[in-house]
Design a protein around this ligand. Structure first.
Ligand code: NDP
Length: 311
């Protein structure tokens, strides 16, 4: 029987956190293996313009930014596997990572699986998924030319999606469950001053309605009066936050009450020695590409020093 190869480090997830840890571990001669997922690149792949990533004074698109960081990681010897991890076992070392039936062994692990968009959880939302309902204006906005669409949420994502949709749609209605936004002032002002955007405060989406093909409207509930109303809309864009991608690690690693991985203060250490976490999978506060990249750098340095300490 041949001896199975043991990697120095396997990085799971390929957003800015994972790719930055790949650059650092590759430059430290650890020859990282990145299991990047079938939909690689993370949330930036669904972002149009990134205006706040240092080094790009004219802005950069999310996919371009990811491609640039990926090339940098590849240049120093990162190997990429474009598959999804299906199971892990971190109970003994070397750690075990499965991609279907294929088993990979590694001395250390960096987890950077990020977070995913949340859904409302109503049945009709699933019925009209991709038939009007979307969680990504950047991906699907162009299908909604000269029609009315709605966005749910009151954070920066909702503002960003609504602004983006004004490029295509006739009217954009933002549906928010309270009477003020949690979005930044600058984004809020842009939205409130836009002639194509209306805000429906204190409303919840109760139902998505439509015909056998596509959605045609929404039933909204006014949370103050309790009254129901109909809104005509051919698109519904969900922008109500995110869920950490930690299903693989349930019962394996410590998480907080909503599922984010817990890292020790000022470090990327999880509760299992040799397993590190970086980016949105462990950060529900900052959630920026640049903070994710920064924490990917921290994880790589923590990992490298930990491996070094093993001798
Ligand atoms: P947030 O968590 O900031 O906002 C989610 C919004 O959705 C809130 O307004 C919330 O309402 C509402 N919401 C949540 N659940 C439901 C539900 N079940 N039904 C109806 N409404 C719901 O998420 P975002 O994705 O907007 O932003 C995440 C982070 O990313 C933030 O820190 C943000 O600043 C940042 N960001 C920055 C951008 C930029 O700088 N360009 C762009 C996009 C995001 P309520 O307010 O009542 O809780």
């Amino acid at each position: 029987m041949t001896q199975q190869n043991i990697e120095n480090v396997i990085i799971i997830g390929s957003g800015p956190a994972g790719l930055t840890s790949a650059i650092y571990t590759a430059r430290a001669n650890l020859a990282p293996l990145m299991i990047e997922g079938e939909e690689s690149g993370g949330q930036l792949m669904m972002t149009t313009e990134v205006e706040n990533f240092p080094g790009f004074p004219k802005g950069v698109t999310g996919p371009e930014l990811i491609q640039t960081i990926r090339e940098q990681a590849e240049r120093f010897g990162t190997r990429f596997l474009t598959k999804n991890v299906t199971k892990v076992d971190f109970s003994t070392r070397p750690f075990k990572v499965w991609v279907d039936k294929e088993l990979y062994l590694s001395k250390s692990i960096i987890i950077s699986t990020g977070a995913s968009a949340k859904y409302l959880g109503i049945e009709s939302e699933r019925i009209y998924m991709n038939r009007g309902v979307s969680a990504c204006a950047t991906c699907d906005g162009a299908f909604f030319r000269n029609v009315d669409v709605a966005v749910v949420g009151g954070g920066d994502t909702a503002m960003e999606e609504a602004m983006f949709l004004t490029r295509f749609a006739k009217k954009v209605s933002i549906i928010h469950r309270r009477d003020s936004f949690r979005a930044s002032k600058i984004m809020t002002d842009r939205v409130l001053n836009h002639s194509k955007i209306e805000v429906l405060w204190n409303r919840e989406v109760i139902e998505v309605v439509g015909n056998s093909k596509n959605m045609t409207g929404l039933v909204l509930k006014n949370v103050v009066t309790g009254g129901l109303e109909n809104l005509s809309a051919e698109g519904l864009f969900l922008a109500i936050g995110h869920k950490p991608n930690t299903d693989l690690f349930k019962g394996v690693l410590d998480t907080n009450e909503v599922g984010y991985l817990i890292t020790k203060p000022h470090s990327s250490y999880t509760n299992i020695e040799g397993v590190f976490a970086a980016g949105d999978v462990q950060d529900h506060v900052y959630r920026q590409a640049i903070t994710a990249a920064g924490s990917g750098c921290m994880a790589a340095i923590d990992c490298e020093r930990w491996l070094e300490s093993l001798g």
